[in-house]
Design a protein around this ligand. Sequence first.
Ligand SMILES: [Zn+2]
Length: 88
Amino acid sequence: MEIKNYVEDAVIEIAREQTATDEHISHCERCFMDVVVYALNKLKPMYAVSDEGYIFTEVRLDSAQMKAEITVAVLEGIRKVKEHPHHA
Ligand SMILES: [Zn+2]
């Protein structure tokens, strides 16, 4: 069994959507990960126990409000990373 932060999966998914049209970030793993980390630090984690894909704790990541919150954090992260990329 594993403890998993389900917000992590959602942030990665939404960050992929939001950076898909960004010429740099969509091809730069470092910047992409910086966006994900920035958003994760802004958001409350949502831990659940997972066992071979089965989720024991009900996790509501599909709610529109949750998705909106994550999108805002991701967009903020994209802006920060573009202002100050962690590489030359
Ligand atoms: Zn980069």
